[in-house]
Each structure stands twice: as structure tokens, then as C-alpha cells.
Design a protein around this ligand. Sequence first.
Ligand SMILES: C[S@@+](CC[C@H](N)C(=O)[O-])C[C@H]1O[C@@H](n2cnc3c(N)ncnc32)[C@H](O)[C@@H]1O
Length: 231
Amino acid sequence: MTTVADAIDGYIQRHGPQAVQRVLAPMLTDERIARIDRVLAARIGSVTVAVENTYDPHNAAATLRTCEALGLQDLHVIEPHGPFSAAKGVVRGAAQWLDLHRWPSVEAAVAALRAGGFRVLATRPDAARSIDDVDVATPLAVLFGNEHDGLSPTALAACDDAIAVPMFGMTESFNLSVTVALVTSRLAARRRAVLGADGDLDDARRAMLRARWFSFGVRGAEQILERGLGT
Ligand SMILES: C[S@@+](CC[C@H](N)C(=O)[O-])C[C@H]1O[C@@H](n2cnc3c(N)ncnc32)[C@H](O)[C@@H]1O
């Protein structure tokens, strides 16, 4: 099934992001455009999250929302046993601002992340290395496990290293989405300090996202593009 988002991406591919932005910009207020530009300037692609086989829609939704709010652009979902579903009320529209990458197996996800230049880190409560000792000089992908069983043995074996968020209480692990928040906020802040900038998307990706984001909230964006650009 082709969604409106697919149709807008089709216009971006066929006509280029600048043409799409030019047609849609008159429908947006200056404040809206400035907000989009501010958020895009702070978008970070070199810290990313992958979740393996989560089953609680509230955790999935909180993970999406946290990643978006912290300025990550990509979320990888490893779903060998069925689709990742996020509770609608909790997502509050966060999902549309992210690029969701779905993987049928952890091997496929890790291979793609490595090919993209990421070091791949597992999270587990009993890992010897603390999150604060992670080298953030290069791009990082962090894997999070299932609410009950944690990461699978396959995932743990596939990763380059394992890290823990230190715990000081009687509880043996954090909730999944809480861990995503703790880990991504710390690693993204440290990575931004290394970059010397809030964001690191290249110009082409930023232009593509800007065009896509212009279409959100414009009623009938697809028809407006058809009138302005043809098919
Ligand atoms: C509820 S925990 C799963 C607990 C599971 N019994 C285990 O030992 O991994 C869900 C996920 O949160 C993450 N997590 C929870 N506490 C953590 C901690 N202290 N350090 C690192 N990751 C943690 C891991 O990704 C884990 O797979």
C-alpha cells in the first residue's frame, strides 16, 4: 500500500528536494520553517539505536519518542518474531520525524550498521564496561534487548563490545525505554561535544528531510505538488 509519505518521497526523488520545498514553502509560516531548520541543524546520524524483539508497545513508543526528542534521526528495529508496534497515544507523532529501518534478523542489522561505518555496542546490565568509558570518536550504534530476556545470544555475539549503565540499587535492570533514554542522552551529548556541533547530517540528507518535513501539516500536500510539479 502506498502511503502519503511514500508519495511525497516519490516527488522528492523525481523532482529533487529543492523543487518540493519551493512548492510547499508558501503554505508554511516563517516560524514553522525556522523551527524545522533549527531541528534539522541539530539532527545527529552518527549515534543510532537498534531494538531487538521488543513486545511492549508502550516501550516501543517511548523509545521512538525519546530518540526523536534527543535529535537522533534513525531507529533500527530488529523484528524476527513480528512487527514492532508502538502505542499510538504515546508516540504523539514522533515516528514521522524519524527514519525507521526494519530488519528481519540481528545479523542483517549489524552487517548493515557496520557497512555504514558504525561500531556496534550491546547493552546489558552486567557488562564490564560502563557507558561513560565508551569511545565516542567514531559513529556508534547501540543495541537494546527484549523486556524479559535482554539481547539474544546471537545479538551479543555479533556486537563489538557490551556496555552497562551503572546501577546502585537492589533492582537488577532498568526498564528498556528508560535505558534507551539514559544511554542515548549521554552518548549523544558526548558525541556532539566531539563533533563541535549539535548535528551532523550531510547537506543532501538535510535537504531531503527538509522537503519531507515541509509536507507534514500541509493539508493536501500531494495534490499541491501534483499541481506545482506534475506527476
Ligand atoms: C528489562 S532489561 C532486560 C533484562 C534482562 N534480564 C537482561 O539481563 O538483559 C531490557 C533491556 O534494557 C537494557 N538495560 C536495562 N538495564 C541496563 C543496564 N543497567 N545497563 C545496560 N543496559 C540495560 C538492555 O538493553 C536490556 O536488554
